[in-house]
Write a protein that binds this ligand. Structure first.
Ligand code: HEM
Length: 236
């Protein structure tokens, strides 16, 4: 499978064909996202608060906002995988445009609903601030990426959308960081089955993972976007 980029690179030159093995992350990303959605969604599609992984007794606005953001978030992640797939982008630009619009619409709903859920934190102010920042940054990066595409500034479009996707997929990396940080803050809690909301050690882990999940993703995205640019720019 060979992907040929149809959008100009940031230098304005048309990029050379990209072989699939130069993009080895797309299949693992799709697989991890699929596993995340299949294991998460059953708890929420039946609209039964008792099945929720997190406590839902946080006022009447919380559960509707949580379910809205999870359903829209699932659409956003699915469209996000399609958007990041270089082969599909190059060979089927029409699909890229439509799944891009779907991604943007779903990101707006996810971000706005998450702005509501973030104001009812289960682990205090640190988690509230982390999630509020995440929601605002998701909205801002997505809207700037959409505007850049409408203005045909494709290099900027790509940069903002990579940042948006890094933030969107923080819920997936959270599934890695949360248990690691529980091991750090409350060693033994996972093996003893002693993970309880209200336990200050678990709250500490929840706050830390709320930050680490998106900050690390954003740092990796920035490295990805700017890797080698200084050396290449110097040579040019
Ligand atoms: C990127 C912006 C996002 C923000 C700011 C955000 C924010 C939040 C907040 C505040 C909660 C409640 C956590 C608590 O207090 O216990 C939550 C839970 C949840 N969110 Fe998001 N979220 C975002 C993206 C996503 C996406 C893309 C999905 C994908 C489906 C998602 C799926 C979930 C799920 C399943 C829960 C329930 C708890 C769990 O199973 O981990 N979120 N989110």
């Amino acid at each position: 499978m060979t992907a040929v980029r149809t959008v100009p690179s940031s230098t304005g030159r048309v990029a050379r064909p990209v072989r699939w093995w130069r993009r080895p992350w797309i299949a693992p990303l799709a697989a991890v996202t699929g596993v995340f959605l299949v294991t998460t969604l059953p708890r929420y599609v039946g609209l039964d608060p008792a099945l929720s992984l997190v406590p839902t007794d946080r006022g009447p606005a919380f559960y509707p906002a949580l379910v809205t953001h999870i359903l829209a978030g699932s659409v956003m992640l699915t469209a996000g995988v399609l958007q990041l797939w270089p082969w599909l982008r190059a060979r089927h630009p029409g699909v890229h445009r439509w799944s891009g619009r779907t991604y943007v619409a779903a990101a707006l709903v996810t971000g706005l609903a998450a702005l509501v859920t973030a104001q009812f934190p289960s682990a205090g102010a640190g988690q509230q601030v982390a999630n509020t920042f995440l929601a605002v940054l998701l909205l801002v990066c997505t809207l700037l990426g959409f505007r850049a595409a409408r203005q045909r500034r494709f290099a900027h479009h790509r940069e903002w959308m990579v940042r948006s996707a890094a933030l969107a997929f923080s819920i997936v990396t959270n599934r890695f960081w949360a248990p690691v940080l529980i091991l750090v803050y409350a060693p033994g809690a996972l093996t003893d089955g002693d993970v309880a909301f209200g336990d200050p050690r678990i709250e500490g882990a929840a706050v830390a993972s709320a930050w680490v999940s998106w900050v690390v993703n954003l740092l990796v995205a920035e490295w990805w976007l700017h890797r080698g640019t200084s050396g290449r720019a110097r040579r040019r």
